[in-house]
Structures are given as C-alpha cells and as structure tokens.
Design a protein around this ligand. Structure first.
Ligand SMILES: NC(=O)c1ccc[n+]([C@@H]2O[C@H](COP(=O)([O-])OP(=O)(O)OC[C@H]3O[C@@H](n4cnc5c(N)ncnc54)[C@H](O)[C@@H]3O)[C@@H](O)[C@H]2O)c1
Length: 254
C-alpha cells in the first residue's frame, strides 16, 4: 500500500497508460479521480476499480479547456478534501511533417499536450501547497528527446513537456512539490493502434517493427509505465524532482 490514504488525479484515465495507472494507484491504496474526455471510457475505469474493491470517481475533463480543468479539480476536492498526486497523461497524437501540419492542428496538439499539462499543474498547486506538498508526474515520451520522421507536432510538444517538468520542478521545490517525468518507448495501447490505423499502416507489421526497435524485442505494457508512475508518486522517490525516467526496453540506449 504505497499510496495509502493518498488522493490522485490521472488525466486521460480512460485508456492505455492512464487506465493502468488509475488501477495500479487504486491497488496501492490511493483514491483515484479518473479525469477523462471520453465519458464511457472514464466511467468504465472507475467501475473496474470499484468492482475490484478500490476507491475511484470519474470526472469529465477536457484538458484543452482551463474551465474544465478548474471544475474537475474543484470536483475532486469536494469529494476527497484534498489532492496529493497529479498524473498528466492525456495527449493528442498528431504526426506529420512541418508542411503537413495545419495551424489548427498545431494549436490543438500544443493546447492538449503542453498547455493542458501546465494548466492542470496550475490548478493543483495551491491545493498541494496548502497540504504541505505533493507529487506531479508528467508523461513525456522518448519522442521528447529523439528525432523521428513525420512526427514534428507530437515530438515538438513532447520536447516541451520535458522543459515544463524541469522548470516547474525548480519553481515548486520550495513548496515540497516534486515534479518528474516518464519517457515511455513504444507501449501497446489503443491510442497508438488507432494512430497506426489512421496513418494507413498495417498494425501487425508496425507492431513488429516497434518491438524490434527495443532491446527486448517486444512492446511495453501500460502496466510497466504505471509501476514507474507509482514509484515517482510514492515516498520511495522522495529525493527526486526534475528527473525523467526512460522506460523503453532499451530502445534509445545509443
Ligand atoms: N503508447 C505509447 O507508445 C506512448 C509512448 C510514449 C508516450 N506516450 C504517452 O503516454 C500518454 C498516454 O498514451 P496512451 O498510449 O495510453 O494513449 P490512449 O489514447 O490509449 O489514452 C489517452 C487517453 O487520453 C484521453 N484524452 C485525449 N484527449 C483528452 C483531453 N483533451 N482531455 C482529457 N482526456 C483526453 C483519451 O480519451 C484517452 O482515454 C500520452 O501522454 C502519450 O503521449 C505513449
């Protein structure tokens, strides 16, 4: 029970890494706010947790709307009284070259992946300060620091997430608020599968190629990111802030 009596918000908790994180945190004793734009998926995560004996509530959230973030955080505080952990996870996957991306697409990816993360941090910070501290985990990516072809908007946004983590860690350390990031490699989720299909690629061929890019010759599982998020959220990581943990099966070792 590494998160006993803690209250955690996970954005994008309806699918993939977000859902696995909600479930793992609940198993470790945290009450979980599943904050999600897809109501059916968010409700389902909350139900899976409560059916398994954990504590969870769904809260509707669109991270591109500051009003929606404020409402979600107020909702969480009204139910549980405080918040201890924020996992910024909800993201838009927008690939393509710099010539492909439209102005509206750029605005959407930056509003979701960067400004959305920042606004969630902004809303929880006064609550963390009041309670004496907290832990923020930003889900970045190996795409935050490697170049990949036809991935300009997404990789640019994920690069910005790394600096958001470092700079907020610097500003919030005095308030005992730790801010860390996780850089996953290729993880098998519905979001990535949809992206591959939307790009007109063969899913099994793409999965095989991604698996071969790791030293372990396989894709990662959402649960393998959730366990690292758990570590960063817990007291086990009490001297860590402004750090990024790469969880990619060795993909970016060289
Ligand atoms: N899967 C991977 O290979 C991989 C690799 C590196 C980083 N990541 C990062 O991990 C995170 C989760 O990715 P995933 O693969 O689990 O994705 P996913 O698509 O399976 O899940 C993302 C969830 O976020 C929700 N969401 C999207 N936009 C939202 C919004 N505006 N407001 C609230 N919720 C919203 C979606 O409805 C969905 O439930 C993302 O930040 C992603 O960039 C994933």
């Amino acid at each position: 029970m590494r998160l006993a009596e803690k209250i955690s918000i996970v954005t994008g908790g309806g699918s993939g890494i977000g859902r696995a994180t909600c479930e793992r945190f609940a198993k470790e004793g945290s009450s979980v706010i599943v904050a999600e734009i897809n109501e059916t998926a968010g409700q389902e995560t909350a139900e899976l947790i409560t059916e398994a004996g954990g504590i969870a509530s769904f809260s509707p959230l669109d991270v591109t709307s500051p009003y929606s973030i404020k409402t979600m955080v107020e909702h969480a505080v009204s139910i549980y009284g405080t918040i201890d952990v924020l996992v910024n996870n909800a993201a838009a996957f927008l690939m393509g070259s710099v010539e492909d991306a439209t102005n509206d697409e750029w605005i959407h990816v930056m509003r979701t992946n960067v400004i959305g993360y920042a606004n969630c941090i902004k809303e929880v910070t006064p609550i963390f300060r009041k309670s004496g501290g907290g832990s923020i985990i930003n889900i970045a990516s190996v795409s935050s620091f490697i170049a990949e072809s036809e991935a300009v908007p997404y990789n640019t946004s994920k690069g910005a997430v790394m600096q958001l983590t470092r700079c907020t860690a610097m500003d919030l350390a005095a308030d005992h608020i730790r801010v860390n990031g996780i850089c996953p490699g290729d993880i098998e989720t519905a979001g990535v599968a949809q992206l591959i299909i939307d790009r007109g690629l063969d899913l099994s061929k793409a999965n095989k190629e991604m698996a071969e890019a790791s030293l372990m010759n396989r894709l990662g599982k959402p649960e393998e990111i959730a366990s690292v998020a758990l570590f960063l959220a817990s007291e086990d990581a009490s001297f860590m802030t402004g750090s990024h943990l790469v969880v990619d099966g060795g993909q970016t070792i060289d």
